[in-house]
Write a protein that binds this ligand. Structure first.
Ligand code: SF4
Length: 237
């Protein structure tokens, strides 16, 4: 390698390191600010066991947590084990979850997931990513919710529509898929904060950084946020 090439490579490496340390400082600032604004951010679904959490998380797709929490108290009294969900006629389960929307698919996924929990995992919701994503209808997002909130294990980030949007606006990720965003966030933040951060970003997305009209004027992160992809004319305050 010529001296010129070697010096150019060193410069590229130095620029990369500078970028990494600037990103790390930026991430630290965002994390510190979120901890001040949302010190108690946590799961807003009601549940008492990993099975209840798994079912509630499946129900929360395309539905608000508030609506899911209205449906689950009666549902969880009716269905207490994976066996209960596996044995019930599908129409009865559909009726019980109808108001959460997409109830045909959700009922099928809950029942099939419970059948596999019985056949492969001894009737207990498994506690590893690999096992959880092997359940019908359970993707990485649902698995992360269950692992983090049901078992206290941060194996990744829950990248829902809010986390995906905020990661771009806050300049934390440029990934164009939830999987890529998750990988970038996992590099930027300490593992102990992954679960917390998912909840805090979701809360912030609901309260300030709304999809169509982010409230940048009143947002407590405005000084540290590069507002990636935000049209400033949206929020003239
Ligand atoms: S300043 Fe605007 S874009 Fe940035 S987090 Fe707040 S609401 Fe979202």
């Amino acid at each position: 390698m010529s001296a010129e090439m070697s010096s150019s490579l060193k410069k590229t490496e130095a620029t990369g390191n500078l970028f990494k340390s600037a990103m790390s400082r930026h991430a630290k600032k965002i994390l510190a600010a979120l901890k001040k604004i949302y010190p108690d951010a946590g799961c807003s679904l009601s549940f008492r066991s990993p099975l209840e959490l798994l079912v509630a998380t499946i129900l929360s797709a395309q539905c608000t947590d508030v609506q899911v929490n209205k449906v689950t108290p009666k549902l969880f009294r009716q269905f207490r084990s994976a066996e209960d969900y596996a044995a019930v006629p599908l129409e009865q389960l559909e009726e019980a979850i109808r108001t959460t929307g997409f109830f045909h698919n959700k009922a099928k996924n809950i029942q099939n997931a419970c059948r596999k929990i019985i056949s492969t995992f001894g009737g207990q919701v498994p506690d590893t990513m690999e096992s959880l994503v092997s359940l019908p209808g359970v993707g990485r997002k649902t698995a992360n919710v269950v692992l983090s909130n049901g078992f206290g294990r941060n194996e990744g980030f829950v990248v829902d529509t809010h986390v995906f949007r905020l990661s771009h606006r806050l300049g934390l990720s440029e990934g164009n898929t939830p999987e890529k965003v998750e990988q970038e966030l996992m590099v930027l933040f300490p593992q102990t904060d992954w679960g917390y951060l998912s909840h805090a970003l979701i809360l912030h997305g609901r309260q300030f950084c709304k999809a169509r009209k982010p409230l940048c004027g009143g947002c407590p992160l405005t000084k540290v946020c590069p507002k990636g992809g935000v049209d400033n004319t949206l929020d003239p305050e």
